[in-house]
Design a protein around this ligand. Sequence first.
Ligand code: GLN
Ligand code: ZN
Length: 719
Amino acid sequence: MSAFIQQFPASTVLGYPRIGPRRELKRALEAYWDGRATRAELDQAGAEIREHTWRRLAELGLEGLPSNTFSLYDQVLDTAVLLGAVPARYRDAADPYFAMARGTDGLAPLRMTKWFDTNYHYIVPEIGPETVFKLDAAKPLAEVRQARALGYETRPVVVGPVTFLLLGSALDRLDEALACYEELLSALATEGVAWVQLDEPALVGDRTPEELAAVRTAYERLGALGPRPALFVASYFGDLGESLPALAATPVEAVGIDLVRGGVPGVDLSGKTVVAGVVSGRDVWRTSPERALAALGAVRAGQVVVSTSCSLQHVPYSVADEPDLAPELRERLAFAEEKVAEVVALARADFRGSVPAGPSVALPAPVVAEERAPYAVRAAAQAAHLRLPTLPTTTIGSFPQTGELRAARAAVTAGTLTREEYEHRVEAEIERAIRLQERLGLDVLVHGEPERNDMVQYFAEHLDGFAVTRNGWVQSYGSRCTRPPILHGDVSRPGPITVRWSTYAQSLTDRPVKGMLTGPVTIVAWSFVRDDLPLRDVVFQVADAVREEVRDLEAAGLSIVQVDEPALRELLPLRRAAQDDYLEWAVAAYRRATSGASDRTQIHTHLCYSDADQILAAIDGLDADVTTIESARSGARILGTVQAFGRGLGPGVYDIHSPRVPGVEEVEELLRGAVAALPAERVWVNPDCGLKTRTYEQVEAALANVVSATRRIRAELDA
Ligand code: GLN
Ligand code: ZN
């Protein structure tokens, strides 16, 4: 350990957006992937984004600048590379990093899933018996050096050992991983780095005694190393709970605590620096200075540093880029830049001696049960009406979004294309999708969602109580960004939203077309939401609007309506104690949205992930007639857990996250797995998710194989 520990700077942020204020990283990545740019050009784009970030943070007056918060794809994948956890099959790829992230012609990518309760997706580390941990510190060292050349001393940020191993289900490899972390700390010390940030968000979840022991082992051991930088262990997204005393007992110099989601700790931390997350990294609202100062004043620690509750990667760059928002709303908003300014202002204010504010208690509204007829009754009514074959084939809703359509939408906004002309083009695109699906021989068709920029934003634009931004992009995964709407007032539906497109699609074909809606939980989960009402009340307001839309679709003649709820698990509280209550109201909101449908109308839902085991009962509780769910991407592991599921189920047979086209045999094998796990009459055949990120060429080839495989298995079953 160095003889002298440098004081932690008075203000910092745990991380920063990295896609670039104008999504420069997205463009650079896509150019590189398409062969339009070299790796050197991509790296240059990354270097410019980092430089821009450090300059901006310094200009805003922030004292503690982080580094290594940039990533070309994902910080967990970066950590896997840092530790040498690159599976052997990717090593010979032209670019192993992107091969792991996105797959290649011959290789499926690594699994991807949501980062705790956010809408950011990370790459799941694959750690097996053959994994040999071996440090490759090139990236963090290069970032430290780049910043230093610009005149900035930075604090490298790395995912911590416990979280990394838990994400890779390999905590038993702690010893070997720690050897790498030790080597990293030594290398950083040699580089003259004063502080390092180890992110341990996994510590805000329920942890077993063994896992808590691992926390102690890890930080005892890293703490004992000498010489090393001072250690800052950052937690976020909730309370540290029993992990806090475990951490506090180790020699780490600083602990990061989320004081927005969690409370002021009762533990005395007078021997430590507390990096106090009082400015939320998860919402877009201005921080109440009174509340923040009160929280800061209540922390008992050797030093209190003002910070954000988590990385700012979850919010857009700047409110200054939003000239179209109403002034009354703008005044209430703070994006990354404005939040940095708040951190700086709070650090300059004197918060010692502030009085903590009492907790505000909101009374939950009663949960209303929503019932349709029992499934068997509905299934019979639907079968008679729809007359679908065994193993009906369908898709999840979206078809490829073409550049022309996006350009047309931009032209309408810019006033260079009339709304009428735009709507003609949308209709033409719907017709193209319908004809393609008929040609391919799919059984339940979709209109393809060409009118939607995004499955949440589109609804937000058509509901009262929401605002949409012009530049408010946040990274979802890799080069993919979303622009979450801002739900700022009471929600209501001024008129039908999707009915004209769905009825147009249905008018073109004799096969059933599914109406396509986004569910209330997902609309709320993928928006920035007002914080002056309990979340459940906000979700119920949205559910009522969706319910009206379901009724209108049904009245317009649609026999099937899908209400997507891919974010159901995302809002699940990280601590078990709070989960049941959440699931109860989330399920009730879904039923509120869908239970106005008659028995004959088939309700579908869709979920985009496979490790749904823990909420399988809740999915069952949604009471949808058919549930489509991601499966192909994760090796059909879901099939082991679905026997208890009593209604229609479509485990995905085509991983749409990768440009790869699955072969007929591959799909057949997945289908065989599905009919082995479930009664065939309840199995549906569909891709893992919507097709909007794929090209028509890929989709046509893949769906043709899906249909061929289905016909083969269907013939065997019907024989
Ligand atoms: N219906 C949507 C689509 O197909 C669902 C997308 C999702 O689940 N994220 O695009
Ligand atoms: Zn999906």
